[in-house]
Design a binder for this molecule. Structure first.
Ligand code: AMP
Ligand code: TRP
Length: 329
C-alpha cells in the first residue's frame, strides 16, 4: 500500500515562486508515488490578522493554484482546513500536551512576535495545530521548505511522547521532504531575508500571479553585487547564489552547469534568461488558473476533498480521544 504524504500552504497571500520551489512543486511530483493530501490551511492564516473578504478570496485562489500547478484531484485529496473540524479539535488536544517552553522556543514565533505589538495566543500554539494536521492524515512524509523544519521536529517529538505514553504505533512519525535546490529561497532585494508572500516590498518576491512583464522587471532589478561574475558563493555572493538556486530548481540543471554557461556573460544575460525561465513556467499555470477561477468546478473539488479528508481525520481523532479519556463511553 502507498504511504501517506501531507502538506499545507497558508492562504495569507498569493503564493510566490519560493512557495512553489520550496514545497508546491514537490506536491505535484509526489502525488503519483504516494497517497497525497494537500490542505489550504486557513486556520493557520488567522494567527495574524486577516481581512475576511480577502481571506475568502485567497482561499479560492490557492485552491485554483493547487490544481493549476498540476495537482490532480483524482490522485490527491485537496481540501480546506476549516471544512474538517477534526483539525481544530486535534489542535486543542495537542496544545494541552505540548510544553509552553517548547512552543516559545520556535524561531518563527520569536521572529513574528518580535515584529508585532499585539500577538495573539494562536501564533504561539500554531505548531500544535500543524502537528495535528500532519498526524490526523497519518502522514509518513511532509514536503516543506526549510523554515518548517523546526515545526516538523516538534511534531516528531510529539509523536514519540504520545506513542510512548499511550501505545506504540498509535500515531505515525512524520519525516520532512526538502528540495535539493531552493529549500530556502531568499528575497530578491535582501539575500539575508527569506522570500515571503507577505513582504511589504513587492519587489522582494515574484508572485505566481505576477504578469510576465512584472516578473521580468522584478528579476532584472533583483539585487546583485559588485563582483560582476556568476559564481556560486553563498558567503560572498549571496544574491547571485539565490538566483542560481532558483534557476537550478526551475530548470532541473545542476548549478555547476549554469555557472559554466554564464561565467563570462555577466549578470545581465543571466537575469534575462532567468526571467524568461520563470515566465515560461508561470504563464501556463496562470492560464489554467484563470479558467478555474471562472468555473464552479473548484467548489466541487473542495467538497469531495473535504469528504475524504473528514473520514481519515475523524478516525485518527477518535483514537486520540480514546487514548486521552476524552471519549468516555
Ligand atoms: P507558507 O506560505 O508559510 O504557508 O509556506 C508554504 C510552503 O512554502 C511551506 O512548505 C514553506 O516551508 C515553503 N516556503 C515558504 N517560504 C519559503 C522560502 N522562502 N523558500 C523555500 N520555501 C518556502
Ligand atoms: N506551517 C506551514 C507554513 O507556514 C503550513 C502548514 C500548516 C503545514 N500545516 C502544515 C505544512 C502541515 C506541512 C504540514 O508554511
Amino acid at each position: 500500500m502507498k504511504e501517506n504524504i501531507f502538506s499545507g500552504v497558508q492562504p495569507s497571500g498569493i503564493p510566490t515562486i519560493a512557495n512553489y520551489i520550496g514545497a508546491m512543486k514537490a506536491f505535484v511530483d509526489l502525488q503519483d508515488q504516494y497517497n497525497a493530501t494537500y490542505c489550504i490551511v486557513n486556520q493557520h492564516a488567522i494567527t495574524v490578522p486577516q481581512d475576511p473578504d480577502t481571506l475568502r478570496l485567497r482561499t479560492k485562489q490557492l485552491a485554483a493554484l493547487y490544481i493549476a500547478i498540476g495537482l490532480d484531484p483524482k490522485k490527491s485529496t485537496i481540501f480546506v482546513q476549516s471544512d474538517v473540524p477534526a483539525h481544530a479539535q486535534a489542535g486543542w488536544l495537542i496544545t494541552c500536551l505540548m510544553g509552553l517552553g517548547e512552543l516559545e522556543r520556535m524561531t518563527q514565533f520569536k521572529d513574528k512576535s518580535a515584529k508585532k505589538q499585539a500577538v495573539n495566543a494562536g501564533l504561539l500554539c500554531y505548531p500544535a495545530l500543524m502537528t495535528g494536521d500532519i498526524i490526523l492524515h497519518r502522514a509518513k512524509y511532509v514536503p516543506v521548505g526549510d523554515d518548517q523544519k523546526q515545526h516538523l521536529e516538534l511534531a516528531r517529538n510529539f509523536v514519540d511522547k504520545f506513542n510512548s505514553r499511550f501505545g506504540d504505533g498509535l500515531l505515525i512519525k512524520p519525516e520532512g521532504i526538502f528540495p535539493t535546490s531552493g529549500k530556502r529561497v531568499m528575497s530578491l532585494q535582501n539575500p539575508s531575508q527569506k522570500m515571503s508572500k507577505s513582504d511589504s516590498n513587492h519587489k522582494a518576491f515574484v508572485s505566481m500571479l505576477d504578469e510576465p512583464k512584472v516578473i521580468i522587471k522584478k528579476v532584472k532589478s533583483a539585487m546583485t553585487d559588485s563582483i560582476g561574475q556568476v559564481h556560486y558563493d553563498k558567503e560572498n555572493q549571496p544574491a547571485i547564489a539565490n538566483l542560481l538556486e532558483i534557476y537550478a530548481s526551475l530548470s532541473g540543471k545542476a548549478i555547476d552547469r549554469i555557472v559554466e554557461d554564464y561565467h563570462d556573460t555577466g549578470y545581465g544575460a543571466f537575469k534575462t534568461d532567468l526571467a524568461d525561465l520563470i515566465v515560461s513556467i508561470i504563464e501556463p499555470i496562470q492560464t489554467r488558473y484563470n479558467q478555474l477561477m471562472e468555473s464552479d468546478d473548484l467548489y466541487d473539488i473542495l467538497q469531495d476533498g473535504a469528504v475524504k479528508a473528514n473520514q481519515v481525520a475523524n478516525q485518527t481523532l477518535a483514537s486520540m480521544e480514546k487514548s486521552l479519556g476524552i471519549a468516555y463511553h
